[in-house]
Design a protein. Structure first.
Length: 255
């Protein structure tokens, strides 16, 4: 089950969501290499972190899966969001420098094909930063947060998947070491629990964070891939009603 854009915005507007955003930002910052005038793309729901880490970028785009939905962003400026299919991004080859994936890979229909598409649009030496639910973490077992849906990963699974898609895994980090409880007294202990968990039980973190670099010295077989997507307008009549409508139009147009 994929998270809806309304549910994602509602979660990150809560106190628990704001603490989760802060914890993930700390995890991302530990693997984030500063690049001047980079072209940055966020895929999934990466808006809170694009605002933090995209301030020095030349261009920033927020791509959101079509099944998830999208919202205009940034506020008060020209919109840079777009609805996309994760396996068919509307970008040229080697056109961006870094991609940030949050709430994306765990919902992919085919994670490998999705990563291969990331490889295609990244420039040589480009970087991919992934935030995915940890299979061993408590957050992946709690459905009242967005991290309790989709497919969680272990570090070994994620590393193998990246290598299979011609990425070289780099530095690792983790986040969400505090329990996903909405009780106020537990959230007051956020800082203490986060520091303690980061030190003593990092293996049970809620999410894994890894930066991977595009590998260009190994060739990829070129294949013709036909799109499996079928575009159907929302207001297009379907079934028997559509057939009757076509007959009515033909009869009206006939002399």
């Amino acid at each position: 089950m994929r998270n809806d854009i309304v549910d994602l915005r509602a979660f990150y507007a809560t106190m628990l969501g704001k603490l989760a955003e802060r914890s993930i930002a700390m995890g991302i910052s530990s693997v984030w290499a500063n690049l001047s005038r980079e072209r940055l793309v966020g895929l999934g729901y990466a808006l809170p972190w694009l605002e933090r880490f995209g301030t020095d970028a030349d261009r920033v785009f927020a791509f959101m899966p079509a099944q998830q939905g999208s919202v205009p962003w940034p506020a008060g400026k020209p919109c840079t969001t777009a609805l996309v299919f994760e396996e068919e991004l509307p970008l040229h080859d080697s056109s961006v420098d870094r991609i940030l994936l949050v709430h994306a890979l765990e919902h992919a229909e085919n994670p490998r094909e999705m990563l291969v598409e990331m490889w295609r649009v990244l420039a040589p030496g480009g970087r991919l930063v992934l935030v995915v639910p940890n299979r061993r973490g408590v957050w992946a077992r709690m459905e009242h947060t967005p991290f309790g849906t989709g497919r969680p990963f272990s570090r070994g699974q994620l590393s193998s998947l990246l290598r299979d898609a011609n990425f070289t895994p780099g530095p690792w980090s983790d986040a969400l070491h505090f329990p996903p409880m909405e009780r106020r007294f537990m959230m007051r202990l956020y800082s203490l629990l986060e520091r303690t968990g980061r030190r003593f039980w990092p293996v049970f973190a809620g999410v894994l964070v890894v930066e991977a670099q595009k590998r260009v010295y190994q060739g990829l077989p070129v294949t013709q891939r036909a799109s499996r997507r079928v575009f159907v307008p929302v207001l297009s009549p379907q079934g028997a009603g559509a057939a009757r409508l076509r007959r009515d139009v033909q009869n009206t147009a006939a002399p």
